[in-house]
Design a binder for this molecule. Sequence first.
Ligand code: FES
Length: 236
Amino acid sequence: MSSQNPERVKVLEDGPYEVSGNVPLNQLNLVPDAEGACVEYAKQKDYEDQPVYHLCRCGMSNDKPYCDGSHYHGFESRETAEHKTYDEMAGFIQGEQIDLLDAEILCAVGRFCDTNGTTWDLVKDKDNPKIKDIVIDQCCKCPSGRLTAVTKYGQRIEPRLPKEISVLEDPDCQVRGPIWVKGGIIIEDAEGGIYPVRNRVTLCRCGKSQNKPFCDARHMDNEGETAQESDDISLL
Ligand code: FES
């Protein structure tokens, strides 16, 4: 990373996200199991490398994931998220073999926490020797970083993530998911303030979040939106 040209996502007032610093961009699909819980990500495509690009955050672009100016028709763009650190947002949940940090406000409904029973139930298990690994896997796949696994020695388990951005698609629910910003990329608000930097962040791209610029899962209100569309989403 160049200190003169660090990777950055800038929220533009009443407009898109401006991404600078040569940040790679790709599309990932959420891959569900038979019960609808998600188990992995499947890469669908890499977008062309560009030093600077603009990602739609209003949900109205006809050139998603890029902005095409459709936001000029107006959308409720105001940032409402507080500039809180993860520790200020997260509650501590004591488990038997492993503990959790849980910042519910960040939930983007990735559904990785629903495999094998929910993460919150699994941490109550005293006996199953596989529980720790399952919970760590669930928490590390959580795109928004809502959940963090914490060992009984107090070590937080974070996945190693590259500095890149993925637009998430959720073919099972036929919705477009959020923008997944990985690897500690700086996110700057419209007034130039910097949000606390995190390893994994999900940004709203449907325009409906009440916690802008972060995703609050309101895209799930659009369930079925892509059913009639086959333009830029690849259904598995
Ligand atoms: S933010 Fe520009 S088209 Fe959506």
